[in-house]
Design a protein around this ligand. Structure first.
Ligand code: AMP
Length: 236
């Protein structure tokens, strides 16, 4: 059977991480995130690895040439012989074109570009409202009002904007909000960056009829079922 080569796209909060894990477990193909591959090079001391760390720190993109080479090496490993889920790659039309050519040279092709579709206001609320317990359980102030109590507390000196305080009703445990989730501006900036980089890619793949949209506003299981239907439908 032909391999499964799936590009997974979605704004932060669309559930890309959990759905990548679902696809990996259900179809037995590895989850390949170029961000993770680059981060894993942190301990390497060779000039290329050092240069990549520097680029990542600056928030810029690694060159297409270097990125494609890292992807090629990963796709040639044994566990990727049946395909992969690509996450964070391609990030440019140049990378997309290279990937298609590379797969073609191996007698393979892209199966689909799965777009986890989420309304941007929902995406914002999923990040802005997220609070986490010590054990790593995640809740959202907008949707988990039965499980958590929350309020905004004014800074006594009015030097800072009000702070969100959330507690777990059942135990009284204080829930933690990640600093980057507390900044509306930072969240909007991340969403904007996502739109800017993915829009040209979506258009590129749309023109080839490769994009499948999945409604990511539903709960995790429902989204997984929809993904399964899409992939199984394409495999027939
Ligand atoms: P991520 O975890 O996907 O946000 O990636 C972290 C960083 O790795 C990015 O800010 C880029 O510097 C680099 N990176 C990851 N994927 C790519 C890619 N496909 N092309 C270029 N740079 C990338």
């Amino acid at each position: 059977m032909a391999g499964l080569y799936i590009i997974l796209m979605g704004v932060q909060g669309a559930g890309k991480g959990v759905q990548a894990a679902f696809i990996r477990d259900h179809y037995g193909i590895p989850h390949v995130s170029t961000g993770d591959l680059f981060r894993a090079m942190k301990t390497r001391t060779d000039p290329l690895a050092q240069q990549i760390q520097e680029i990542m720190r600056s928030g810029k993109l690694v060159s297409d040439e270097v990125t494609n080479e890292v992807v090629r090496e990963r796709l040639e490993q044994d566990d990727a012989s049946g395909g992969v889920i690509l996450d964070g790659y391609p990030r440019s039309p140049g990378q997309a074109a290279w990937l298609e050519q590379y797969l073609q040279s191996r007698g393979e092709k892209l199966t689909t570009v799965l777009l986890l579709d989420l309304d941007l206001y929902q995406a914002f609320r999923r990040a802005f409202g997220r609070v986490t317990s010590i054990s790593g359980e995640s809740y959202n102030i907008y949707t988990a009002s039965d499980a958590i109590d929350w309020q905004y507390v004014d800074d006594p000196d009015k030097q800072y904007p009000p702070r969100l305080e959330a507690t777990l009703k059942a135990t009284g445990e204080k829930l933690i909000r990640r600093p980057d989730d507390a900044s509306a501006h930072a969240i909007i900036k991340r969403i904007d960056t996502y739109l800017e980089t993915t829009q040209p890619l979506i258009e590129y793949f749309e023109a080839k009829g490769l994009v499948k949209r999945v409604d990511a506003s539903k709960d995790i299981e429902a989204v997984s079922r929809e993904i399964e239907q899409v992939i199984d439908g394409l495999r027939k």
